[in-house]
Design a protein around this ligand. Structure first.
Ligand code: ZN
Length: 247
C-alpha cells in the first residue's frame, strides 16, 4: 500500500473540476490511500469520486460547525448500519459555532462509535476540556484532527488512546508550540493529514491544498523530529491503517 492521507475532503466541490489530476499528482508522490471525513448527511448521500490511482475510504459524521436535522443522529446510525464506513467523524465541539443540541449530538456520535466499534475523527476548537471529559467515559480510539496544541494537552489525548492528526499547521513557521509537540510525540502517537482543500502548508498558504502536499508535511515533521520523511510517513501509515483497519 502507498501512503495514507488520514483526513482529506476529496468530495469537496473544489475538487470536482480536476479530481483525476489531483489523484494523479498524489499517486506520483506515493499518496494512494485517503480517508474522506463526513461533515453532514448530504455529503454522506453522495458517492465518493473514483480514480484508479487512489483508494478512498469514507468516514461519516456531523461536523460541529454545521447545522443538522433533528433526526440526523438516527440517520447517521442507519448509515453506519449499512456499513462501508471506517470511522465516525468529523464530530466534536467548535465553540466558534455553537448550535442547538451540539453537545448532545457530539455525545451521541461517540456512543455510535462505541456501538459500531469504530474510531472517531475529532474536530475540536476551544473545547478541549469538554471533549476530553466526554472521551474519558467511553472506550474509544481515534484522532484529534488538525491538532495544534501544546504537549501537555497532546499527552491528555494520547493517554485516552487518541492520536494527534498533524497537518499543514505544523509547517507554519509561527506554530512554535505545535513544533514542540511534534518533537515530543512518540512515533506511535500521530498520523499525517492534509485536510485538503483547506489548511494549506505555508508555501501555498491561501491556495487550494491537495493530498500530494502530505509529502511536504512529512518533511516538515521529520525536520522537527530529527527523523526522515520516510520514517515519518511509515509511522503515520502504520498507525492510520491499524486505526481504520484498512490494510
Ligand atoms: Zn476536515
Amino acid at each position: 500500500m502507498g501512503h495514507l492521507d488520514s483526513h482529506c475532503h476529496l468530495d469537496d466541490p473544489r475538487f470536482a473540476p480536476d479530481f483525476p489530476a489531483v489523484a494523479a499528482r498524489a499517486a506520483a508522490v506515493g499518496i494512494t490511500h485517503v480517508v474522506v471525513p463526513g461533515v453532514d448527511l448530504a455529503s454522506l448521500a453522495k458517492p465518493l469520486p473514483e480514480d484508479p490511482a487512489m483508494t478512498l475510504y469514507r468516514a461519516a459524521g456531523l461536523h460541529p460547525a454545521f447545522l443538522h436535522a433533528d433526526n440526523a443522529l438516527d440517520q447517521l446510525a442507519a448509515a453506519l448500519e449499512r456499513g462501508g464506513i471506517v470511522a465516525v467523524g468529523e464530530c466534536g465541539l467548535d465553540r466558534r459555532h455553537r448550535s442547538p443540541g451540539d453537545l448532545q449530538r457530539f455525545h451521541g456520535q461517540l456512543d455510535l462509535a462505541v456501538a459500531f466499534d469504530l474510531p472517531v475523527i475529532l474536530h475540536v476548537v476551544h473545547a478541549h476540556d469538554e471533549v476530553l471529559a466526554a472521551l474519558k467515559t467511553r472506550p474509544l480510539r481515534g484522532i484529534v484532527h488538525a491538532f495544534a496544541g501544546p504537549w501537555p494537552l497532546a499527552k491528555r489525548y494520547l493517554d485516552l488512546g487518541i492520536l494527534l492528526g498533524i497537518g499543514g499547521i505544523g509547517t507554519w513557521a509561527t506554530s512554535k508550540r505545535l513544533h514542540e509537540t511534534i518533537g515530543a510525540c512518540p512515533s506511535d502517537g500521530f498520523v499525517l493529514e492534509t485536510d485538503a482543500p483547506d489548511l494549506s502548508p505555508s508555501w501555498i498558504r491561501g491556495q487550494r491544498n491537495e493530498p500530494a502536499e502530505l509529502v511536504g508535511i512529512a518533511s516538515a515533521v521529520a525536520r522537527l523530529r530529527g527523523s526522515s520523511p520516510e520514517e515519518v510517513l511509515a509511522a503515520s501509515d502504520t498507525q492510520g491503517s491499524e486505526l481504520f483497519r484498512i490494510r
